[in-house]
Design a protein around this ligand. Structure first.
Ligand code: SF4
Ligand code: MG
Length: 335
């Protein structure tokens, strides 16, 4: 198949004291070459855990990948020993996080941190590594890189630090960049600049990107395809147009109607009533049932199957079952 990455039936749990939290409960998705895939959902939906599983950033214990496969270039990463991942992380698949400060060493100059990453992965000399460092800083839009390499992390603004993290992530030419809430900690104008940069780089470098976010604005501005997660499962997946214009899952409708409308005076966020399920004791049926205005008896009792409404759109909801009663779905929910 022509997928770069294929995640099948991924199941991840976390054990704390006497409870076992079922954070990811059978997640499936694929990533194509040169594609940007958004994984969207509230906190606790399992989106970060899913992403971390790809490069085995789940610490065992308390975490455990119980089931599934993650095929990358035809090989199942989940069958590989730990040492295999040191050759994958950074070189094949790189990851950036929400808070760049916590990933940088505050006591080391920026140039040295990037150069050392390059030297660690590739057997190049210091001079070459520093040359690459300056090129990378240029690539991510940091002005005066020749001067900036001699500065410390605290001398960079939040946006510039995220650019540094992106430079480090790209330093070994990965095929896949995973970005977990990369703009969440930043001011709105800086967020837009980082999104523009990531889009730019994705095209220039022919990378595939997985962007993890709770922000549908980020999804709209970056993604080709979207995976909507809820309660540790995939609620719906589709192209960005399908998700925004023909969403089929009530949770997706809810997400879309919680985007603050720019033309409204209030600009308030209409959140979905209720709270996400407790994954220490996951619901038997559809995880969204307790909050879903369309929930039927079957929704509480049985997990919905997955229905394809196009080659690209798949939805896990009983409303799409052939035997479900025809429901009037609100046009207003479909933005
Ligand atoms: Fe709502 Fe039922 Fe669909 Fe779940 S399966 S989203 S509860 S209608
Ligand atoms: Mg997260």
């Amino acid at each position: 198949k022509d997928y770069l990455l294929e995640v099948n039936n991924l199941q991840v749990t976390f054990k704390t004291n006497n409870t076992e939290v079922h954070a990811v409960r059978g997640v499936n998705f694929q990533l194509k070459e040169k594609e940007t895939l958004a994984i969207v959902g509230e906190s606790g939906s399992g989106k970060s855990v899913t992403a971390q599983s790809i490069i085995k950033l789940i610490s065992e214990p308390p975490g455990k990948i119980n089931n599934g496969s993650i095929f990358y270039k035809g090989e199942d990463l989940l069958t590989k020993p730990e040492r295999y991942f040191s050759s994958i992380r950074g070189k094949e698949i790189s990851m950036i996080f929400q808070d760049p400060m916590s990933s940088l060493n505050p006591t080391l100059k920026i140039g040295r941190q990037i150069a050392e990453t390059i030297i660690r992965h590739e057997k190049v000399n210091k001079e070459t590594a520093y040359k690459r460092t300056i090129e990378l800083l240029k690539l991510v839009g940091i002005p005066n890189p020749e001067k900036r390499i001699d500065q410390y992390p605290y001398e960079f603004s939040g946006g510039m630090r995220q650019r540094v993290m992106i430079a480090i992530a790209l330093s070994c030419n990965p095929k896949i960049l995973i970005a977990d809430e990369p703009t969440t900690a930043l001011d709105v104008t800086i967020q837009a600049q980082i999104i523009e940069l990531l889009n730019d780089l994705q095209q220039k470098l022919n990378m595939s990107t997985i962007i993890i976010t709770h922000d549908l604005g980020v999804v709209a501005n970056m993604a080709h395809r979207v995976v909507v997660m809820y309660g540790g499962k995939v609620a719906e997946t589709g192209t960005v147009d399908e998700i925004f214009y023909q969403p089929k899952h009530p949770y997706t409708w809810g997400l879309l109607s919680s985007i603050p409308k720019l033309d409204s005076k209030e600009k308030k966020l209409i959140a979905i009533d209720g709270s996400p399920p407790n994954l220490a004791n996951p619901p038997k049926g559809c995880p969204f049932a307790p909050r879903c205005p369309y929930a039927m008896k079957v929704c509480i009792e049985q997990s919905p199957g997955i229905v394809s409404s196009s080659d690209t759109q798949k939805t896990a909801c009983w409303l799409l079952d052939e035997q479900a009663p025809i429901t009037d779905t609100p046009e207003t929910a479909r933005i």
